[in-house]
Write a new protein. Structure first.
Length: 186
């Protein structure tokens, strides 16, 4: 068998296409065993066999007999490393791929970060109501609430900034909140 492969190799290197085909067919079992051993993906067998043929065709041109390595050993190593390196390749999945022959797609299982439309509408209505209620407050109540809740100033800092007493800030804040609550409830 080795003599047969060696003669087919010599003819293939000289450009005989029929010899290349014969050599590829003789080496197909080697390709299949390499696939099974190093990268056993049944769903990709046809593609993997074609890749094996490509490797052998490249080996026909690259093989150097002077290195005293057997051609079959050279091919075995090339196929082995090719299929082992396939594990390093990134595998891309489609989000539209179905799961286990069911009608459920991967994208259906991914939970979105967006809010529920009902929650969005409710939040907008509450914000709108709050803004309308906020406009019913006196100027001083708005100032105190903005400084306290939005600008995060303490009651003492607000009293110093507005030049009013601490107790007045507390009363203004309390009255403003009560006025907002009553306006929102209506």
């Amino acid at each position: 068998m080795y003599e047969d492969i060696r003669s087919l190799l010599m003819l293939s290197r000289n450009g005989d296409e029929k010899s290349k085909e014969t050599l590829l067919l003789k080496l197909k079992p080697l390709i299949i065993s390499s696939i099974r051993r190093y990268y056993n993906r049944i769903d990709q067998y046809d593609d993997l066999i074609q890749e094996g043929y490509e490797i052998i065709l490249l080996c026909i041109d690259d093989y150097d007999r002077k290195r005293e390595a057997h051609f079959l050993g050279y091919i075995k190593l090339k196929l082995k490393y090719h299929y082992l390196n396939k594990h390093k390749e990134k595998q891309y999945l489609s989000l539209n791929e179905t799961i286990n022959d069911s009608d459920i797609e991967i994208i259906d299982l991914i939970e979105g970060e967006e809010k529920d439309p009902i929650d969005i509408v409710t939040q907008r209505e509450e914000s709108k109501g709050l803004m309308e209620s906020f406009s019913t407050l006196s100027l001083r109540q708005r100032e105190v609430l903005v400084e306290y809740y939005i600008n995060n100033l303490s009651i003492g800092e607000i009293a110093d900034k507005l030049k009013i007493s601490y107790r007045t800030v507390v009363n203004t804040k309390t009255n403003g909140i009560n006025k907002l609550k009553n306006a929102i409830v209506k």
